[in-house]
Design a protein around this ligand. Sequence first.
Ligand SMILES: C[S@@+](CC[C@H](N)C(=O)[O-])C[C@H]1O[C@@H](n2cnc3c(N)ncnc32)[C@H](O)[C@@H]1O
Length: 280
Amino acid sequence: MTSFKFNFSGNTDDLHEKDKEEIKWFDSEEVIPSHQVKEIKDLLSHAKMFVCGDVEIGHVSVNNMITYLKYKGIGTVLELAEKKHSDLVTGKYEGGLKIWECTYDLIEYFEDNSKTIMFKNKKVLDLGCGAGILGIYSLLKGGIATFQDYNKEIVQYSTIPNVYLNFEEEELSAEIKKCKFYSGDWASFNKLLDESEKFDIILTSETLYNPSNYNKLISLFKDRLSDNGDIFIASKTYYFGVGGGTRQFETAIKDSSLDNEVIWKTTNGIQREILKIKHS
Ligand SMILES: C[S@@+](CC[C@H](N)C(=O)[O-])C[C@H]1O[C@@H](n2cnc3c(N)ncnc32)[C@H](O)[C@@H]1O
């Protein structure tokens, strides 16, 4: 589990400088799992476990993945993040290597409300998925998952292997067929999807830290949420050093056709919340 650390020195100037520059966001593309099957075997040999109450989800070890990518000469973006000692390099690396703490909040919330929130046969989008814990959780509960992360390398060498890791050989091909994987920026991802593509449930954790992405998120939510669907956003109320957070996002969606409700919040420590969003 990790909390936000934009760089180890605590100096956020780099980030603000980057924000002032014109950022060329990566185009979205579909990532087809069969291309990585051979490499996945190597990555899975040092798997770790995400544990939250009774929920256990296997995932590749970040250190093992970085070593593997270096050895293969892949992963320049992740090396950049490592070199800059940063969890975020705006527009280049958006934090998908780690499992962030609000992911635990959402899983705990779903476990506590398992009688009312059901995933069986629901079309689920794990937006900004990183390791893909939320999407994998929905698959394990019988859902049909689409995974999206900004960085293609994360999708290839973390999200997809993690799906492989959580199913027995005999279930795997059916499960993988139920999944889709995409990389790239939210605006481009929204354009790439078929006009008719809608999701019953959209899950997203720790994706409200950059207010300059709010309009992309709001458009995507409006376009991709099915009529009676639910969006669950787990986030800090305020991200120090960048300024985004749940309150600012609420202000941004005020004039949209989306309704917002805080359904859970922390009682101590760094303030975190879960928002539920629906069409008005
Ligand atoms: C801090 S990470 C959170 C990862 C994961 N949801 C978790 O909680 O562990 C933020 C995620 O949002 C995604 N993201 C951020 N900005 C994005 C953008 N403009 N377009 C697409 N994805 C973006 C990144 O891919 C990254 O995985």
